[in-house]
Write a protein that binds this ligand. Structure first.
Ligand code: SF4
Length: 265
């Protein structure tokens, strides 16, 4: 395994980082890079697609793979096009919770339903961080945000459970506290021929931390104390939620084109 400085040199573009001190974005980038290194996937085989938000900065400009930085909420739609265009590519979407489950929620549902072969990493910090900390579908009920100063009147959207119900091939949830488990789950996602969705609870000390009076480190400790690998507790479950075999969309389309006498390429 490469050392930390070699991982950085091989996988990280050396831009000045836009991430705030203590942000979990760099930890996610580290996990993705280490998983790719362990998987023996070539960087040339990867296309990382992102929308808009702090999480979108993880691949673009930071990850040293081919990237496609698209419009707000549309990363999964663009990623579907990339996969249909070239089945041999390993397509990865890195998206924040507002981008993925809010603005892009419809694409998320249908990407999962169609089991399109891609890996979606939803970086969940529970609000729209980049634009100032507005309420998102993933914000907990009663939680104060910039736009819910008296507490969030809505219920929180359980994205991983919804994606599981929509029929994705592989669904999991981890946090930035669980780096080793996260790396292993990303490897599983790479091996899955279908829609893999990993929700990553990620600390945002600048927005959520400020509201809760917690540092980045304290938020990591909160993840440690309030998550469990046992589903029969009141804590937030972390681990694989679902793994099913079902037809994958691009395979079906390529097969139909061939059966009709055409060449999908
Ligand atoms: S606002 Fe939050 S998510 Fe965005 S870079 Fe700062 S700490 Fe990270």
């Amino acid at each position: 395994m490469l050392k930390a400085k070699d991982i950085k040199e091989k996988y990280v573009r050396s831009h000045p980082s836009p991430f705030c001190p203590g942000c979990g974005g760099g930890m996610v980038l580290n996990s993705l890079s280490r998983a790719v290194e362990k998987s023996k996937l070539s960087k040339d085989e990867i296309v990382a697609v992102s929308g808009i938000g702090c999480a979108a900065w993880i691949p673009s400009p930071h990850w040293r793979v081919d990237t496609l930085h698209t419009t707000h909420g549309r990363a999964i739609a663009f990623a579907t096009g990339v996969k249909l265009g070239n089945q041999d590519l390993e397509v990865m979407v890195v998206s924040g919770d507002g981008d993925c489950a809010g603005i892009g929620g419809n694409h998320l549902l249908h990407g999962a339903r169609n089991n399109v072969d891609m890996n979606v990493f939803m970086i969940n910090n529970g609000l729209y961080a980049m634009t100032g900390g507005q309420v998102a579908p993933t914000t907990e009920h009663d939680e104060e945000t910039l736009t819910t100063p008296y507490g969030n009147p809505s219920s929180s959207f359980e994205a991983a459970e919804v994606v599981k119900a929509a029929g994705a091939g592989h669904v999991a949830r981890w946090t930035t506290y669980h780096m080793n488990e996260l790396i292993e789950e990303v490897e599983k996602a790479i091996e899955t021929d279908g829609f893999s969705f990993i929700e990553i609870l990620t600390q945002c000390p600048t927005r959520t931390g400020k509201k809760k009076n917690m540092s980045g480190l304290e938020m990591l400790e909160w993840y440690k104390e309030n998550t469990s690998k046992d589903q029969d507790t009141e804590k937030i479950y972390v681990g694989t939620l679902s793994k099913v075999d079902k037809p994958e969309l691009t395979e079906q389309i390529y097969r139909q084109i061939k059966e009709a006498g055409g060449d999908p390429k």
